[in-house]
Design a binder for this molecule. Structure first.
Ligand code: GLV
Ligand code: MN
Ligand code: MN
Length: 438
């Protein structure tokens, strides 16, 4: 029986079938000429980047930090200015609601996140968050009442494992709450810090049918649009992601007196492990990726052979079964490395998100709106994880990408041009209006 932390072996086709084509394609609608205010949107992005600004020009606004709290306050102020009624749900996600004219309609959700990775950039999350608020502001200024209620959502702690959106779909479990985060707080205390209510976490949940659709504007984070000089990416699917904490146990001993063949060096095992992960992941055809991104050696002294290493493993692919298969191969190779180095490896799964396919009806609608705005576009998978992949479990879900210059992301050099950001927000606005016309 697989544990809840293991990927289901659902084939990609079966997974996709559930999410495909639930919306009809809408080419034209009544508000084709309406545009967002690009100068205002880009000014808001600049203002948000002050919260956690780092000397390299990016931000360190990790979830549940003081900068995260301040950034969220700033964003909630913009939401109120845009005429939205702001609430924080029990999981700490921010919602900005506006009523629709048809009481039979479920809300259209759009948004993103404002937390960042450590030493991250100014665009991953903020573009979609502030772009969504700009759409709401534009609707208000133009006096457009949509038939569907709208809900701008800012998910909490996207970068630490899409925590807020997992809570929305009922996949944030008791054991997850005690995991540590980069803020130094556990998820449990972090949620309390940002205004959530952990004992009542379940109240944040939405079930299938509660939300009409979810649309997320985001930077591509890869270099395809920039290389091909295209304006808009229409996302077809979002990769699954597996994270493991890895502990390598050896034996700490004197670095001067212990002969080389008497050592049980956890750092040596770590070096072989990192090389092996790369070898295993590249041994199959496909777009799968694997990363060892964290390491700590103990006790951590020049003259002590490391007795313990704590490190990580991340695997990603659009095919969940492939992630499971690669993980099993890595684990088997670790047994061999352990035998050769006198060490042991232990894996603890800390986060698994299944891949998700986007709704083909909404994808075609996004493409039609981009065309209507005179913007070039292409379909593409997302190699980054997003809250949209969890929302796909409860509603048709889709994403709009804008170019990332040189494909740099999760780094201070991350950049998207003001014009590309304006284009993306206009496609979001037009897509929301088109879906509302259904
Ligand atoms: C989120 O940005 C991720 O892909 O790690
Ligand atoms: Mn993001
Ligand atoms: Mn990110």
């Amino acid at each position: 029986m697989p544990s809840r932390r293991e990927f289901s072996r659902t084939s990609l086709a079966a997974l996709g079938a559930a999410a495909l084509g639930r919306w009809p394609v809408i080419e034209r609608h009544a508000h084709q000429g309406v545009r967002i205010n690009g100068d205002r949107l880009n000014a808001h992005l600049k203002a948000l980047s002050a919260f956690g600004a780092n000397p390299q020009g990016g931000v360190s606004r990790v979830a549940y930090s003081e900068y995260d709290r301040l950034g969220r306050e700033y964003v909630m102020g913009l939401m109120r200015e845009a005429g939205l009624t702001v609430t924080v749900d029990t999981a700490g996600n921010i919602h900005g609601a506006r009523a629709g004219s048809d009481p039979a309609k479920k809300p259209l959700w759009f948004g993103s996140h404002v937390d960042s990775v450590p030493e991250g950039g100014n665009y991953d999350g903020p573009v979609g968050s502030l772009g969504a608020i700009e759409v709401a502001q534009t609707l208000k200024e133009r006096g457009i009442t949509t038939r569907h209620p709208i809900n701008v959502v800012i998910f909490q702690n996207e970068e630490g494992g899409t925590v807020g959106s997992r809570a929305i779909v009922g996949e944030l479990h008791e054991a997850d709450l005690d995991l540590g985060t980069r803020s130094g707080k556990t998820i449990r205390s972090g949620i309390t810090f940002i205004g959530g209510n952990v004992p009542r976490l379940a109240e944040a949940q939405r079930k299938a049918g509660d939300v009409a659709a979810y649309i997320e504007l985001h930077i591509e984070q890869g270099g395809n649009l920039d290389k091909e000089q295209l304006n808009i990416g229409v996302v077809e699917g979002i990769v699954g992601i597996g994270w493991w904490d890895v502990t390598i146990e050896g034996f700490a001993n004197h670095a001067g007196t212990t002969a080389m063949n008497d050592r049980r060096d956890a750092m040596l095992a770590f070096a072989r492990y990192t090389d092996m992960v790369n070898r295993v992941v590249t041994s199959e055809p496909g777009r799968q990726v694997g990363t060892v991104g964290m390491v700590m050696a103990f006790p951590g002294a020049r003259n002590v052979i490391p007795g313990k290493v704590q490190c990580s493993l991340e695997l990603r692919d659009l095919d969940n079964a492939k992630i499971t298969r690669l993980f099993e191969r890595v684990r088997a190779e670790c047994v061999k490395i352990g035998e050769a180095t006198g060490t042991t490896f232990a894996f603890q799964s800390t986060h698994q998100s299944a891949s998700a396919m986007c709704d083909t009806g909404i994808m075609s609608t996004i493409a039609a709106q981009a065309r209507g705005l005179g913007l070039s576009h292409r379909q593409m998978p997302s190699g980054a994880g997003h809250d949209a992949q969890h929302m796909a479990k409860v509603c048709p879900s889709a994403m709009i990408f804008v170019p990332s210059i040189k494909g740099i992301s999760h780094a201070p050099q991350e950049f998207s041009t003001p014009q590309d950001i304006t284009n993306g927000a206009n496609v979001l606005l037009q897509t929301v209006l088109a879906l509302d016309a259904k």
